[in-house]
Design a protein around this ligand. Structure first.
Ligand SMILES: [Fe+2]
Ligand SMILES: [Fe+2]
Length: 309
């Protein structure tokens, strides 16, 4: 091929518009010819509308494909239920659902229509290159983990391409099975290399960085290049305050800041610990949404998350 394609792959922006901007600028400098966006564009970080503007601009100007993530599903389903969850309850202010509620309030009906129009799974044929299969979680579900657990290889065998590119795991990785590969593009907005641990976490190499992948065509095979991109993380952290998110979802915002500063993942540990602390104190097993804020604060403190920033 005379001018071989270079595909920029971006997953899991999670509302971090500063990280997205840095990745798109970097991809431009690297002369990306195609852009693949793998879902979870919104929720978590502040000002989701700034991410939507960047996506729409890319859609108008560049050769792009988009698939839907589970976070877009949350928004679509909530709207479909008339602003309610399946059980009829509404998202509440606080560290469990405050960030979801904030995001929902900042999206337009057009944004939700656009999410609905996106496929869960797509095949992209770029010129004469081997087709690229793409999804957020798995080809069947926006939440499919596909990290080698039961069902991963059966699902991969059904894919009509040798390479499946995905998001959702917030980590760079590549898995192979019978000549086929799964490449995870990491996360633009919330990269994680390991779970946060009780006590002070050591920052990882993903601290203050965005993750993305470039796909280069070498002969008849796509070759992934895993990239870490510096971005204006101070602005991202500051936006948690200026947007009101730090007030509406205090511990969640502090966890987001912790994730930005350390590159570690408190989201898989702190809420579960808050549930446990509340159960120990009250004898009642509650869902995250019903655990009082004090227990969230206590759990976050155990993991060295600064609540007084
Ligand atoms: Fe995600
Ligand atoms: Fe996801």
């Amino acid at each position: 091929m005379k001018n071989p394609p270079v595909v920029a792959v971006l997953a899991d922006v999670h509302g971090n518009s500063q990280a997205l901007k840095a990745c798109l600028d970097y991809a431009g400098r690297r002369r990306a010819t195609h852009y693949l966006f793998l879902g979870d564009y919104i929720t978590d970080h502040a000002y989701p509308q700034r991410v939507m503007e960047q996506l729409y601009k890319m859609e108008r100007r560049c050769n792009c494909r988009f698939v839907r993530g589970n976070r877009e599903d949350y928004m679509v389903n909530y709207q479909r239920n008339g602003g309610r969850q399946p059980d009829g309850s509404v998202w509440k202010e606080g560290s469990c659902q405050g960030a979801l509620l904030y995001c929902y309030e900042n999206l337009t009906p057009e944004d939700i229509r656009w999410f609905k129009s996106l496929p869960v799974y797509a095949l992209w044929q770029i010129g004469g290159a081997p087709p690229l299969a793409c999804c957020h979680g798995s080809p069947e579900s926006t939440k499919g983990p596909m990290r080698g657990q039961p069902g991963t290889w059966e699902s991969l065998e059904k894919v009509e391409a040798d390479l499946l590119v995905k998001g959702h795991n917030h980590k760079h990785f590549c898995l192979g099975y019978r000549g086929k590969r799964i490449v995870c593009a990491g996360s633009v907005g919330n990269p994680c290399c390991r779970r946060a641990r009780p006590g002070l976490s050591q920052p990882s190499e993903y601290a203050k960085m965005a993750q993305m992948v470039f796909l280069h065509l070498e002969g008849e095979r796509w070759k992934p290049e895993y990239a870490l991109v510096p971005y204006d993380w101070q602005e991202t952290v500051q936006n948690l305050r200026t947007s009101g998110l730090a007030r509406r979802a205090p511990v969640w915002a502090a966890m987001l800041r912790h994730n930005v500063l350390t590159g570690t993942d408190p989201f898989g540990s702190v809420p579960a610990r808050a549930v446990e602390l509340y159960r120990n104190a009250s004898g009642v097993e509650e869902d995250w949404a019903n655990v009082p804020e004090d227990y969230w604060r206590q759990a976050a403190g155990e993991f060295g998350i600064d609540l007084e920033w």
